[in-house]
Design a protein around this ligand. Structure first.
Ligand SMILES: C[S@@+](CC[C@H](N)C(=O)[O-])C[C@H]1O[C@@H](n2cnc3c(N)ncnc32)[C@H](O)[C@@H]1O
Length: 264
């Protein structure tokens, strides 16, 4: 089995067996992705482990555990479930937490992109979102999902409101010439006891993103980079980020949005 252990710039090591082309001719685009991620092309799926899979339906991350149980994650904003969420997006607490009328006049930086679900909701409401994700595998999955969303009649306009950057958001925020109105943060929550209830996507993010990373430095940079507010997603009963009391919160059943108004 062809396995490669790779260290990404933030210390955490991830094991990605490689990229596998499933019922799909290996293209130049796949080769570029493999080179960019520094992983080899593999000719068969490993019996156990994690690999990126390219197929006609896009890019997915396939993880097979010791018991042979497979978990596949693909970013797909064109499903019926997403259509429903898009239709009722104005009722989302995430949108309320922004405190602004959605439109191109308000700029949002989503500094912890993950698989882009929150960015997509924000863009579906009408905001223009610049999303930053530092994990190159997650960024590749999100880029692929946005590309396919851009090809669908229903999601094309939403996808066009999102710009993705793969890199560290601290650095990205410090490089900005103009402050964005809102910086949104959704750092990984501390591991929860009811892990069986954790959504598949979050399980995958947990598997490959930095778990022990301290979000406090990013939070500090966000507070200087935002012109109006920083919005932080937390577990409903979780502590404030960096023990800092927010200006106010918007609470839901499982999550809470803490709003830090920036004094101008
Ligand atoms: C809980 S996930 C975010 C999920 C996301 N809100 C969604 O809707 O899919 C947190 C993500 O933030 C990313 N992250 C954490 N610190 C970062 C930083 N300094 N720069 C860029 N990305 C970061 C992690 O790699 C991880 O993918």
């Amino acid at each position: 089995m062809n396995r490669e252990k790779r260290h990404h710039p933030h210390g955490e090591s991830i094991i990605l067996a490689g990229i596998y082309a499933e019922n799909h001719a290996w293209s130049q685009r796949d080769e570029i992705l493999a080179q960019r991620l520094g992983v080899p092309r593999i000719m068969e799926m490993p019996e156990k482990g994690t690999a990126l899979v390219v197929s006609e339906t896009g890019l997915s991350l396939l993880s097979i555990d010791e018991r042979g149980m497979a978990m596949r994650v693909r970013v797909d904003f064109t499903t019926g479930k997403w259509r429903q969420r898009i239709a009722s997006v104005r009722g989302e607490r995430l949108i309320r937490a922004m405190g602004r009328k959605a439109g191109p006049a308000t700029t949002i930086i989503d500094a912890t992109g993950g698989l882009g679900r929150d960015s997509f909701l924000l863009a579906a409401a009408g905001f223009h979102v610049r999303v930053v994700e530092r994990n190159p595998v997650l960024a590749a999955l999100l880029a692929d999902g946005l590309l396919r969303a851009g090809e669908s009649r229903v999601t094309r306009k939403i996808s066009a409101r999102i710009t993705l950057t793969c890199g560290d958001a601290c650095h990205y925020l410090q490089q900005q010439n103009h402050r964005a109105d809102i910086v949104y943060l959704d750092p990984l929550f501390p591991e929860q006891k009811k892990s069986a209830r954790v959504k598949k996507e979050l399980q995958v993010i947990r598997k490959i993103a930095d778990k022990d990373d301290d979000p406090a430095p990013l939070f500090a940079v966000a507070r200087t980079a935002a012109a109006a507010r920083v919005v932080v997603k937390r577990p409903q009963h979780g502590p404030w980020l960096d023990n800092r009391p927010p200006s106010y919160s918007v609470s839901g059943k499982t999550v809470r949005f803490d709003i830090y108004l920036v004094e101008s």
